[in-house]
Design a protein around this ligand. Structure first.
Ligand SMILES: [Zn+2]
Length: 126
């Protein structure tokens, strides 16, 4: 599944159009959107479309690139619960390990998404 390109609403309340966040300024009103996504996590789901473990890893790497490109705060990966013995449990465990490795290699923060055991965060700002 290709992840949809995220859009961001222009932060100017008198404008508010949806903008491709790779734009640094709003094409309509010229508001600076450089930090428009800097408090948000780009979210992907690697557990609910029958992905293989390899596909899940590719989606995580692509998600990380997208999150960096659009200057998000980080990447949120929904991987489901790792307690099961089936394929889904394997993906959750592997996705978590893979994220942890990526984060450690690049010096990003890595943690569970609050109380949600089915998702983890890579935080560029730690
Ligand atoms: Zn605008």
């Amino acid at each position: 599944m290709a992840n949809p390109v995220p859009t961001v609403d222009c932060t100017n309340p008198d404008c508010g159009i949806s903008v491709d966040p790779s734009e640094l300024t709003c094409p309509k009103c010229d508001t600076d959107l450089h930090n428009a996504l800097s408090e948000q996590f780009y979210e992907i789901d690697v557990a609910h479309n029958g992905q293989t473990r390899e596909e899940a890893k590719v989606e995580i790497e692509e998600g990380l690139n997208t999150a960096l490109l659009y200057r998000f705060r980080g990447l949120k990966v929904i991987h489901g619960y790792g307690s099961g013995s089936g394929k889904r449990g394997a993906i959750a465990r592997e996705a978590t390990r893979f994220m942890e490795t990526l984060a450690a290699r690049k010096g990003y923060g890595f943690r569970q998404d609050g109380f949600n055991r089915g998702a983890h965060l890579i935080d560029f700002g730690q």
